[in-house]
Design a protein around this ligand. Structure first.
Ligand code: DAH
Length: 343
């Protein structure tokens, strides 16, 4: 009987020695199996009562050595596992270069548009945005553009094929109609956005481009107010203190004008850009035609206002000396990544 009990204890000792638990889970399993309160060593101690008296001491020593072997192995395994875990953390090489994360850059049209918005926001204009797919009324009729006006021609305007009463807006002036029919004066808005025209694409013109519209309506708004506002813009945007207003015609303004900014004639590029005059035409403007106010439900006897519209691409091209408008729509990163801005 005693011999069997001794064999069992020796068998467990062998099993402990040859066990190779690796993961934290296996090590814990090892502890439960041998050292735990329900483990096999506990059982071995219990067997002592079945051992012949003269061998009890010997058995006790054997089981103690089994217990010690199990505990030592467990401690060693645990320490090794912890060291391993530490080593894994330490293996991270903090000096290794990170993956280069290339930041995008703003599109030159966005930069220019944001500069324009910023300039007008500083004097109290708020941004108004509206749809690019417009109806005929807001784009043309409300803006005093008669049925037979050439701008309405299919040649110039993209109409929706399945609904010819709708079109891609040809100018941001449509936002004037949207704002005037939904807000009461005083109105002081700028409307930046994309517009579309059925034009042959070339270095100078595209079928899609951007404009910023401006509209100011209140009591007693005068042509002088408009002139001062646009003069301020020329100063902020171009650092120019010379502007000139040339009489022009737009259906929605009366009187109408085109504004030039003095750019200068210091080098060959200036001659080319300004066609030798030193002046740059940058926008169309005028006093809002009373018909437009009435079309939109605003009393033209009480209120007056001024409006303007300017292209963004042309101004971006001037500022960055971009020679071909098509660069602005091709999304070539070699081109786009050259632009950096705080805006
Ligand atoms: N809508 C005109 C265009 O696209 C620009 C324009 C001219 C807008 C005069 C205006 C304005 O508001 O008063 O060419």
């Amino acid at each position: 009987m005693s011999a069997e009990i001794f064999d069992k204890a020796k068998g467990i000792l062998e099993a402990i020695k040859s066990a190779v638990p690796k993961t934290a889970e296996e090590i814990e399993q090892f502890r439960i199996q041998y050292i735990g309160t329900k483990g096999s060593i506990k059982g071995l101690f219990g067997e002592i009562r079945n051992v012949a008296n003269e061998r009890k001491k010997e058995y006790g020593q054997l089981v103690n050595s089994v217990k010690q072997a199990a505990e030592e192995k467990f401690t060693a395994l645990k320490e090794a596992a912890e060291a391993q875990a530490d080593a894994t953390v330490e293996q991270i090489d903090l000096s290794v270069h990170g993956e280069p994360l290339s930041l995008g850059s703003r599109h030159p049209v966005s930069i220019t548009m944001n500069r324009i918005i910023d300039i007008f926001q500083r004097i109290g204009f708020v941004v108004a945005e509206d749809r690019e797919i417009e109806d005929d009324w807001h784009n043309f009729t409300a803006m005093n553009t008669p049925e037979d006006h050439p701008a309405r021609d299919m040649q110039d305007t993209f109409y929706l094929m399945n609904d010819p009463s709708r079109l891609l807006r040809t100018h941001t002036s449509s936002v004037q109609a949207r704002v005037m029919t939904s807000q009461k004066p005083p109105i002081r808005i700028i409307a930046p956005g994309r517009v579309y025209r059925n034009e042959t694409i070339s270095a100078r013109s595209h079928c899609q481009f951007h404009q910023v519209e401006g509209l100011y309506i209140d009591e007693n708004v005068s042509f002088a107010d408009m002139k001062q506002t646009l003069f301020y813009y020329a100063k902020e945007m171009y650092g120019s203190t010379r502007i000139r207003l040339r009489p022009s015609y737009f259906p929605f303004t009366e009187p109408s004008a085109e504004m030039d900014v003095y750019w200068g004639l210091n080098n060959e590029t200036d001659y080319r850009i300004t066609k030798g005059t030193g002046w740059l035409e940058i926008l169309g403007c005028g006093m809002v035609d009373p018909n437009v106010l009435e079309n939109c439900g605003i009393d033209s006897k009480k209120y007056s206002g001024f409006a303007w519209g300017m292209g963004i691409e042309r101004q971006a091209m001037l500022q960055y000396r971009i020679s071909d408008i098509r660069y602005l729509f091709e999304n070539d990163v070699r081109f786009l990544s050259q632009f950096k801005s705080a805006f």
